[in-house]
Design a binder for this molecule. Sequence first.
Ligand SMILES: Nc1ncnc2c1ncn2[C@@H]1O[C@H](COP(=O)(O)OP(=O)(O)O)[C@@H](O)[C@H]1O
Ligand SMILES: [Mg+2]
Length: 247
Amino acid sequence: MQHEGKEALLRTEGLTRRFGGLVAVSDVDFDILPGEILGLIGPNGAGKSTTFNLISGFYKPSAGKLTVFGENCTGKSPLTISRMGLVRTFQHGSLMPSMSVRDNILLGTIHGVRGAGKRRERAAETAEMLGLTPYLSEEAGTLPHGIQRLVSIGIAFAARPRLLCLDEPLTGLNQTEVANTLAVLEKIRDEHGCSVLLVEHNMKAVMKVCDRIVVLHHGQVLASGTPAEIRADKSVIEAYLGHRHAN
Ligand SMILES: Nc1ncnc2c1ncn2[C@@H]1O[C@H](COP(=O)(O)OP(=O)(O)O)[C@@H](O)[C@H]1O
Ligand SMILES: [Mg+2]
């Protein structure tokens, strides 16, 4: 599959994951393209987090193929995949609460950057980009929720991934924090050409920031397309947008 001449950064083909008798992810095909923000949405239990864990190597697929940056990564370890440039955050936070923001962001440079000076430089650049410079010396766990979430993104982005994967980064944030986080994601895409996979519940935000959206339902791809296409898709409206989940 090619998209206007762009090779996919990530491709899943027939990706499937069973838990006992339950098929959490079933025959899922989708691509993430260079420099795009791809939204992965769907009701609770649709298989979003399982898909996320499959593509970052935390779960092994029961069937199907995963290609990352042109290499077959099916069954590869999370560390191998992250060193290739696919970096993820965790739904319940990836930061060390008792460490400073600076030291947290430095954690993200360990594998990718050589030398203490270069690491400090990278951490400072990352903080600047995310608006975290004023908080560098603060203890991360004492900061507002929205700032902590940015620190988690900063840890991941400090490795300068080619693909940054975020599982529900907007949960629990207020409107200003949501707007701020979305602006950071756009900056990461526009200034670094980094692709973003955004697993998200906040429909309004997804519609606003994503270049393309994949909708999961009962572990399968129900639809994929631009936000306008998804908004107009009858099966999506029936399965998802029509329900009170659409917030
Ligand atoms: N580790 C697991 N063991 C057993 N069942 C699981 C596990 N992880 C997810 N599931 C099940 O797989 C389905 C999809 O879950 P999940 O991927 O977490 O959905 P989402 O993130 O879209 O809410 C659900 O029915 C869930 O209960
Ligand atoms: Mg989930």
